[in-house]
Design a protein. Structure first.
Length: 305
């Protein structure tokens, strides 16, 4: 009996900065982009809730080797928050668990409450999250009505500003470190205001080096593919080294690059004292290196061209 061989897909590499649509899970968005490009490999760079929209970089092919750096990057969000109602998931998709009928929150009250959210703070991850306990995502336990203890984690909120205010609805712009749950900020803010609150709209405006100005939609990708073919959508791909543009650049002569590819640390002039670097051979990005104790650059994640 002959086996049916599965198609491996195209060896296409680069980053699609997707404007994720509301209602779509991050994994569903990833699979759709992978299908459109016919890519053999793809990965996203940190989940957005189905309720959320905005910047979701998707790495294809060799670009998956830089996805971890985007996962660990800082993010920016625009959040719409409903006051007076608390839900079990801290967003509008959850079940209402508290309702405050008579409250009078002023903009000044919100501004005062926001002061405690700035800087390095501790945040307890919500039950409705993808964090795992004994290999099981918390949201699966939450859906069964179970609650387990979660350790608070340190996060950094670089800025949190009130941009719109109404009697029972506000908008915040937030810049924060990786691992920050905006739903938890909304829930904690509601508790601080003694009226309860939950997210009704969330838009990620920046992830690492990428902003909403870089974004394309799935609909746009499909239209471009129909009109211009694979070559047309390949031109939309963002070079993978832009994801790590904050790392110092190190240019290697071909002979030195060859030694590095064999796994050997190499000595290059004008290296930083420590940390990670972007590696180039004759102007072409070849991967990520790290400075070792001897002051040489060693290969960390190399790209297969």
């Amino acid at each position: 009996m002959s086996r049916v061989r599965r198609r491996k897909g195209r060896n296409v590499s680069g980053i699609v900065v997707l404007d994720k649509a509301k209602g779509l899970s991050s994994n569903a968005a990833l699979q759709e982009v992978k299908r459109i490009y016919g890519a053999n490999k793809a990965g996203h760079t940190g989940s957005l809730d189905p309720l959320a929209t905005g910047v979701l970089p998707i790495c294809l092919g060799e670009a998956t080797k830089v996805s971890q750096f985007l996962l660990e990057s800082d993010k920016k969000y625009r959040a719409r928050i409903k006051l007076g109602i608390r839900t079990d998931s801290a967003d509008s998709e959850g079940v209402i668990i508290e309702r405050c009928e008579n409250f009078a929150v002023k903009a000044a009250d919100v501004e005062k409450a926001l002061q405690s959210f700035r800087g390095e703070i501790e945040q307890t991850p919500p039950m409705y999250s993808a964090l795992k306990v004994d290999g099981v995502p918390l949201y699966k336990l939450a859906r069964k009505g179970q609650t387990v203890a979660r350790e608070p984690r340190k996060i950094t909120v670089y800025s949190i500003e009130l941009t719109e205010f109404a009697a029972d609805e506000i908008e915040l712009e937030i810049a924060c470190s990786k691992g920050t749950y905006i739903r938890t900020i909304a829930d904690d803010l509601g508790q601080a205001l003694a009226c309860g609150a939950h997210i009704i709209g969330l838009h990620r405006t920046q992830a690492g080096a990428f902003t909403e100005e870089d974004c394309v939609s799935i609909k746009f990708l499909m239209q471009e593919k129909d009109t211009l073919g694979m070559q047309g959508i390949d031109e939309i791909l963002v070079p993978m080294d832009r994801a790590i543009s904050d790392l110092p650049e190190v240019i290697l002569p071909s002979l030195t690059a060859s030694c590095l590819r064999q796994g050997q640390p190499v000595l290059v002039r004008h290296l930083p004292a420590e940390g990670l670097v972007r590696l180039y051979e004759e102007g072409q990005f070849i991967g990520i290196g790290s400075i070792d104790e001897d002051g040489k650059v060693a290969p960390k994640r190399l790209i297969v061209n």
